[in-house]
Ligand binder design. Structure first.
Ligand code: MV4
Length: 456
């Protein structure tokens, strides 16, 4: 056991605030770090101490291990919480923290590195007995060999980058004739994006859903799961809405997916919070896709239906506490809408600027995770998410009704936001019926903005 007294949060925005809140509830001191673009940010205001770590560019601030370690050393922080994005899944940073006697609140460097190599992660999961999509054994260098494997697997196939993720370096190949071009293009894209052009091949799963299992391990052999999240409402690999439970879930499917996910995490003696993403086919067969070794943006929907604080769990296992594994039950239904500073009527173009008025919804079953406020200037440098609106109700229909009411109450002036998109989505018949997959938004057409909104 190693106690933690002071946590440095190596992040910004809503997730930095989210982590600060749990630290303070646990009686822990907090250190914020900030770039010069974030001088007036709320994470700086609400942390016990704050250290400026550089200019606006992430490469010169939030992504600089040396400056983060220096900030931890001058403030006497004994742990670093990386949040999501930035250095949260960087194995070198996790190792650097350990080398400087600072606890990295997250998995071991070897686990982060292994799960970052998608093809190795898949092999590890297959050996652990987790269902995987049929395809090549590991990566393939030679185009001709790759083509013959693709034919064996059977078209259509997906060509994926071994070091990829989030859809980069990925190609759908419908038939043998398209194969060579797709393979060569994917290799160049992967080499340019990840410095690693190695590729692997999988059978294409048509119209899949994205369903992920929330996991927690203590690194002492104990792993538990907190049920699933439905994340199929995505646009260009960016999630816009998440919910728990998944509308397709049954007790039996949850038990089998949960057990598979636990087997996978046990195989790497997982330490920390993590997620296993599954592709779920129309026939409800499920296949390992990726493992995320961080706390995710959408973790609140799980917190709401399981009545837990996942960040508290992260900190407890980082201190070396053993977890009492138990079956966690899900109560009711939670939905999260990501409110971005983007104009949904102009292809989600970014809309940075100053928020001139900000009023957030409230009432029973409403949670708003945000670092925005009235007069806040959104820096153009970072991501566009300005708030997460999370609702929790007894039923899915109750959650949708509550979300529609909350969206109507949410006032953000001075910039465009994705609120009108969410209002239309929540009113959509197919969404309401739970009848959607990862391609749903490709065919979802937004009705033009109402004149009243135009005037406002
Ligand atoms: C797939 C697939 C269909 N079949 N693999 C997209 C991101 C990357 N993590 C994996 N992805 C996919 N892999 C096979 N064998 C379809 C996707 C996919 C997808 C997956 C989850 C959520 C949204 C998606 C959107 C397009 C494609």
């Amino acid at each position: 056991m190693s106690t933690i007294n002071k946590v440095l949060i190596a992040n910004r925005g809503e997730i930095a605030l989210r982590v600060i809140r749990t630290c303070h509830e646990m009686g822990l001191n907090t250190v914020a770090v900030y770039s010069t673009a974030d001088r007036d940010a709320l994470h700086v205001r609400f942390a016990d101490e704050a250290v400026c770590i550089g200019p606006p560019s992430s490469n010169e601030s939030y992504l600089r291990p040396d400056r983060l370690i220096a900030a931890a050393e001058v403030t006497g922080a004994d742990a670093i919480h990386p949040g999501y994005g930035f250095l949260s899944e960087n194995p070198e940073f996790s190792q650097i923290c350990t080398d400087h006697d600072v606890i990295f609140i997250g998995p071991k460097p070897e686990t982060i590195r292994l799960m970052g190599k998608k093809s190795l992660a898949k092999e590890t999961m297959e050996e652990a007995g987790v269902p995987v999509v049929p395809g090549s054994d590991g990566t393939i260098e030679d185009v001709d060999e790759a083509r013959s494997i693709a034919s064996e697997v059977g078209f259509p196939v997906m060509v994926k980058a071994a070091s990829g993720g989030g859809g980069k370096g990925m190609r759908l190949v419908r038939d043998e004739g398209e194969f060579e071009r797709a393979f060569t293009n994917a290799r160049s894209e992967a080499q340019a994006a990840f410095g690693d052009g190695s590729l692997y091949i999988e059978k294409f799963v048509e119209n899949p859903r994205h369903v992920e299992i929330q996991l927690l391990g203590d690194g002492k052999g104990n792993v538990m799961h907190f049920g699933e999240r439905e994340c199929s409402i995505q646009r260009r690999h960016q999630k816009l809405v998440e919910e728990a439970p998944s509308p397709i879930m049954t007790e039996d499917l949850r038990e089998r997916m949960g057990e598979a996910a636990i087997r996978g995490a046990e195989a790497v003696n997982y330490a920390g919070a993590g997620t296993i993403e599954f592709l779920v086919g129309a026939d409800r067969n499920f296949y390992f896709m990726e493992m995320n070794t961080r706390i995710q943006v959408e973790h609140p929907v799980t917190e709401e239906v399981t009545d837990t604080d996942l960040v508290e769990y992260q900190i407890r296992v980082a201190m070396g506490e053993e977890i009492e594994t138990k079956a966690v039950s899900m109560e009711g239904h939670a939905i999260e809408c990501r409110i971005n500073a983007e104009n949904p009527f102009t292809n989600f173009s970014p809309s940075p600027g100053t928020i001139t008025a900000f009023h957030q919804p409230g009432g029973h079953g409403i949670r708003v995770d945000t670092a925005a406020y009235s007069s806040y200037q959104i820096p153009p440098t970072y991501d566009s998410m300005i708030a997460k609106l999370i609702v929790h109700a007894k039923t899915r229909q109750g959650a949708i009704n509550k979300m529609r009411r909350a969206l109507d109450e949410f006032v953000v002036e001075g910039i465009d936001t994705t609120i009108p998109f969410h209002q239309q989505l929540m009113a959509d018949e197919r969404f309401q019926a739970g009848d959607f997959d990862t391609r749903f938004l490709d065919s979802f057409s937004l009705a033009p903005r109402e004149p009243a909104e135009e005037a406002a």
